[in-house]
Write a protein that binds this ligand. Structure first.
Ligand SMILES: NC(=O)c1ccc[n+]([C@@H]2O[C@H](COP(=O)([O-])OP(=O)(O)OC[C@H]3O[C@@H](n4cnc5c(N)ncnc54)[C@H](OP(=O)(O)O)[C@@H]3O)[C@@H](O)[C@H]2O)c1
Length: 235
């Protein structure tokens, strides 16, 4: 069976590198073209913008680049009727609305975290008992190069928590340093006892694998705005 052809936006970055590595011997997907601003002639199959790519050679777009690129990538997918899996964080609220609107025309999945563990943690938070007398704090730790803070994942967990608890809570605390792939903690603190939930990403490949699971799942799906929880074991 012919493998589905994947365009990777941000192909020269840390996540792009993981995606290209995993696509080398993927059962259902194949790397077709990469997109990066610094694309140079010696980088095989890499172009400066999706506009320079041939839509006929692309079945799905996976974007792990920068927030500034997100709307342009989405526009290209809409124009060419291609599904989009976007893992880029730090996107504006307007872009998030654009993703949801685009779901009326093409399959779109945007998630600030493509791991199963965070999908599970988010689900647990959405079902917390409505306890009184406790303080809540989300904390995130990431490598020193991470550009956005708080992380998109911390904001996702915060939104779920606030909607479950029914009030505004202190903003997530961000720590930056070293090569940490991503740690997210939910502290629940009472005067006599504390609870903590932690998710620790042990490799960057974890997120790339999740994106490829999502991309494989998206091929052939009807238009819609999808979540990782739709993809991962029907959470
Ligand atoms: N959802 C998740 O599970 C998850 C997990 C990890 C990371 N992320 C997110 O994924 C994104 C990428 O992370 P990273 O660590 O790989 O970053 P990175 O190493 O800085 O790589 C960014 C990539 O995007 C390219 N790029 C930047 N602006 C672009 C534009 N306008 N058009 C096309 N390409 C552009 C860069 O190449 P040039 O500089 O040459 O353009 C580079 O290839 C970040 O938003 C990060 O927070 C998400």
């Amino acid at each position: 069976m012919k493998k589905s052809q994947v365009a990777v936006v941000g192909s020269t970055g840390r996540m792009g590198g993981e995606l290209l590595r995993l696509l080398r011997d993927h059962d259902h997907l194949e790397f077709s073209v990469g997109v990066a601003r610094s694309a140079v002639a010696h980088l095989d199959k890499t172009v400066l913008s999706l506009e320079k790519a041939n839509p006929k050679n692309i079945d799905i777009v996976i974007d792990f680049s920068l927030a500034e690129a997100a709307d342009e990538v989405l526009d290209w997918c809409l124009k060419n009727k291609k599904p989009l899996v976007c893992g880029t964080t730090g996107v504006t609220d307007t872009t998030k609305i654009n993703f949801i609107k685009a779901g009326k025309q093409i399959p779109v999945l945007w998630s600030p975290n493509m791991s199963l563990g965070i999908a599970i943690l988010n689900k647990i938070i959405s079902q917390l008992p409505r306890i009184e007398g406790f303080d809540f704090q989300i904390e995130e730790v990431h490598h020193a190069q991470k550009k956005d803070r708080p992380s998109g994942t911390a904001l996702l967990l915060q939104e779920t928590l606030e909607s479950r608890i029914g009030k505004n809570l202190p903003s997530p605390v961000s720590v930056r340093g070293g090569g940490v792939f991503g740690i997210h903690r939910l502290h629940i603190m009472g005067t006599e006892e504390t609870l903590m939930f932690e998710h620790n990403a042990l490799s960057r490949g974890l997120f790339a694998k999740g994106a490829l699971v999502a991309a494989t799942w998206m091929i052939g799906k009807p238009p819609g705005y999808y979540q990782m929880s739709d993809v991962l074991v029907g959470l």
